[in-house]
Design a protein around this ligand. Structure first.
Ligand code: ZN
Length: 303
């Protein structure tokens, strides 16, 4: 028995600080969770609210999620109102003063961005659907933004746990060293996809396209959250056929039946891409997600 206790103690030592001492980090999205784990290492314990296979625009605000928020020392969220449908509700229920806006425990990861795409001009009307009034929030689909977020997380974790500051910052640098050559390589291997424009099911892929130099032509569901009219779909199909589009890209949670029908009419391949870490098999990590995205895009371009 004593030996078992000694071994358990050793394992705990190797695993880093005791659970109670770890910084409790709650992330809204799986991508952020992956980044927080890489940066935080054994000094943090990471909990993710929205599983990879869920559409983050529409996560049900369950009481169990509020309880997770209640324990957070640090909340990392995407921002740009991606989580506006459920995070404020959970925050109200959680009553956790450490993560209130303005506290050190509140981290809007969009602060890391240099550029926000598609910031609407003029007033935003609800008739246009569930548009994002501060611009397109899907910036984590550009891995350069992931690295920016990792640096921001390191700085904030350092503020909250000054004793581990060097380790957090060193891990963020290490991640950048690891991903930077791959970011180059992914862009290079996407060359065949740059030859023809792409149609997308929803407006989720703008940062990905911006990074890879892809041309996006139209969106089937052009008003987010509102089913497209048959007339609009006809128009996109006509456009796509005229341009020789080969691929229609969609997220796993889009209406894939409708997407498949539209792709068939375009004579294009429906390519389902992981829009989040863990949203499809093989995309369990942030880097693995880009392997899958590039692999599927390139395969679709040759079909
Ligand atoms: Zn969106």
């Amino acid at each position: 028995m004593r030996r078992i206790i000694v071994i358990a103690g050793l394992v705990a030592l190797l695993a880093g600080p005791a659970a109670a001492d770890r910084l409790q980090v709650v992330c809204t999205l799986t991508d952020l969770g992956w980044l927080a784990e890489r940066v935080g290492g054994p000094e943090v314990e990471v909990t993710v609210l929205c599983p990879g296979e869920y559409d983050p625009h529409f996560l049900p605000a369950r009481p169990s999620l509020a309880r997770k928020l209640g324990k957070a020392d640090l909340l990392c969220y995407n921002g740009l109102e991606l989580e506006v449908g459920w995070l404020p509700v959970l925050m109200d229920k959680a009553r956790n003063s450490r993560i209130r806006p303005g506290q050190h425990g509140d981290l809007d990861c969009a602060q890391a961005l240099e550029t926000v795409l598609e910031v609407p001009e003029g007033e935003v009307s609800r008739a246009e659907g569930d548009v994002h009034p501060y611009g397109n929030p899907h910036y984590l689909l550009d891995p350069r933004n992931g690295l920016r977020v990792a640096r921001l997380m390191a700085d904030r974790m350092a503020q909250l746990r000054p004793g581990s500051a060097d380790r957090f910052r060193a891990r963020a640098r290490e991640l950048a060293r690891e991903l930077t050559p791959r970011i180059e390589a992914w862009r290079t291997s996407a060359a065949p996809v740059r030859e023809r424009p792409l149609i997308r099911y929803t407006k989720q892929w703008e940062y990905l396209a911006d990074w890879l130099g892809l041309e996006l032509m139209g969106a089937i569901e052009h008003r987010p959250g509102i089913a497209p009219s048959p007339r609009h779909v006809d128009q996109v199909v006509r456009q796509a056929r005229a341009a020789g589009v080969r691929e229609l890209i969609a997220a796993p949670w889009n209406h894939l039946d409708a997407a498949a029908k539209a792709a068939e009419r375009m004579d294009a391949t429906l390519v389902v891409l992981p829009a989040a870490v863990g949203s499809v098999d093989g995309a369990e990590g942030y880097a693995a997600m880009f392997d899958v995205i590039i692999g599927r895009l390139v395969a679709g371009a040759h079909d």
